[in-house]
Design a protein around this ligand. Structure first.
Ligand SMILES: Nc1ncnc2c1ncn2[C@@H]1O[C@H](COP(=O)(O)OP(=O)(O)OP(=O)(O)O)[C@@H](O)[C@H]1O
Ligand SMILES: CC(=O)N[C@H]1[C@@H]2OC[C@@H](O2)[C@@H](O)[C@@H]1O[C@H](C)C(=O)O
Length: 378
């Protein structure tokens, strides 16, 4: 492989903390580092069946994790082949796949004496099925260097969305919410997980509808309810929200245990009010994090929102009201579809691995130094 071609065709694969789908993109990446340029050629989302989602969420013993690693590898390989065909290309024309995998555990120093993180989706399976080299395990080197291993998206946010002389916030609402503030210099980037995104909403929606809906579809459940003030205040005492950045979260803090606690207290009697409160929890946690760590330091030009949460109009309306007069806009006004950003990040990170360019952002992850991220399965 030419170590420094002027451009590469790179695939990015990711299944996020919502465990709802594999996002796959195919991009042309030109150059590396601050001058890198990316053209999105194709984007697909391959949904998991509710049974497969349950299998991922339930896997907690060595045997099931062992099998899941290979089963996920097959899903990622299928998504890679599908996005290649959608772009009208052949596998031989693609240079590299960057596969994030599926996070099954994320234990930064706030949760464990042995900071660690684990993403599954066997790279050997992906390489074998596609014939394309795979870069995977992007988070571990940053953790080994003293960082949280997340968020990694600020590298992409800075590379693609910085604008001279202004500070921009890039907010994502997947299962978890995270924000990057990018300005002229990469070293000045601040990024951290804001807390809940859709994860609490998804768990409650499954309960409210007895499994008929996997999320607050188009805001249809939360729109029928009213916020329960006591419950909201209680949720806002979540210990993660008091942590200063660098900080990152996974399903550990905002997954099933929290959803069960909320549901047992209020769910059966006030299902829609509980949904409205969960929307308010995401909005309020986000806004308070901005007020505490971002607004005193930056005059933000606007907030550009990505991730599945942009498809929930109630969430977007409440966030816009709460952050006013700060403009809240969908990311696609900057030229990238809202659902594609995280997968594009891993296409970029694969390119940076092959270029030997360090791609963690120590001011975001807390790592002691910049390191090259990933491992190659040729
Ligand atoms: N039409 C919709 N209405 C409401 N919510 C939606 C809709 N479409 C998607 N979502 C929400 O978006 C979530 C998926 O978002 P996304 O794919 O960005 O998350 P993720 O990448 O899995 O998570 P993370 O970024 O935390 O790793 C779904 O679980 C759901 O809650
Ligand atoms: C450990 C892990 O998988 N973290 C995810 C998660 O989903 C959103 C948020 O929490 C973010 O920190 C991260 O993903 C993105 C892609 C990131 O690293 O920037």
């Amino acid at each position: 492989m030419d170590p420094s071609p002027s451009s590469r065709l790179c695939i990015g694969l990711l299944s996020g903390t919502s465990v709802d789908a594999v996002e796959a993109v195919l991009c042309r990446v030109e150059g590396t580092g601050p001058q890198v340029r990316i053209t999105l050629l194709a984007h697909i989302s391959q949904p998991f069946s509710p049974e497969f989602t349950r299998r991922v969420l339930a896997a907690d013993d060595a045997r099931s994790l062992c099998e899941l690693n290979f089963a996920l590898g097959e899903r990622f390989a299928e998504a890679a082949l599908e996005v290649i065909s959608r772009a009208g290309l052949r596998p031989e024309e693609v240079d590299v796949i960057g596969s994030h995998g599926q996070t099954v555990a994320h234990l930064p120093s706030s949760l464990s004496d042995t900071p660690s993180t684990l993403q599954l989706g066997e790279a050997s399976v992906i390489a074998e099925r596609t014939g394309i080299p795979v870069v995977s395990d992007f988070r571990t080197r940053d953790v080994a260097a003293g960082g949280q291993g997340a968020p990694l998206v600020p590298y992409l946010d800075w590379a693609l969305f910085r604008k001279p002389g202004v500070a921009r916030a890039l907010q994502n609402f997947g299962g978890i919410g995270n924000v990057s503030v990018v300005s002229d210099r990469l070293e000045d980037t601040i990024a951290f997980d804001t807390g809940p995104g859709n994860m609490v909403l998804d768990g409650l929606a499954r309960r409210v509808t007895q499994g008929r809906l996997q999320c607050d579809l188009d805001g249809s459940l939360s729109r029928q309810g009213r916020v329960i003030p006591d419950l909201l205040e209680e949720l806002l005492t979540h210990p993660f929200l008091a942590l200063p950045p660098p900080r990152s979260a996974g399903r550990e803090g905002f997954g099933e245990a929290l959803v069960t606690r909320i549901w047992e207290r209020h769910g059966a009697s006030r299902p829609y009010d509980v949904m409205a409160t969960a929307v308010a929890f995401t909005v309020e946690a986000t806004a308070r994090a901005y007020e505490r760590w971002l607004l005193p330091r930056f005059t933000l030009e606007a907030v550009y929102v990505s991730g599945g949460g942009t498809r929930n109009p109630v969430l977007m309306e409440r966030l816009t009201e709460r952050l006013a007069p700060l403009p809240v806009r969908p990311l696609d006004v900057l030229g990238l579809p809202e659902g594609a950003k995280e997968a594009v990040c891993f296409a970029l990170l694969a390119n940076e691995y092959l270029s030997g360019t360090p791609a963690n952002v120590p001011s975001a992850t807390g790592a002691r130094r910049q390191v090259v991220l990933g491992k190659l399965t040729p």
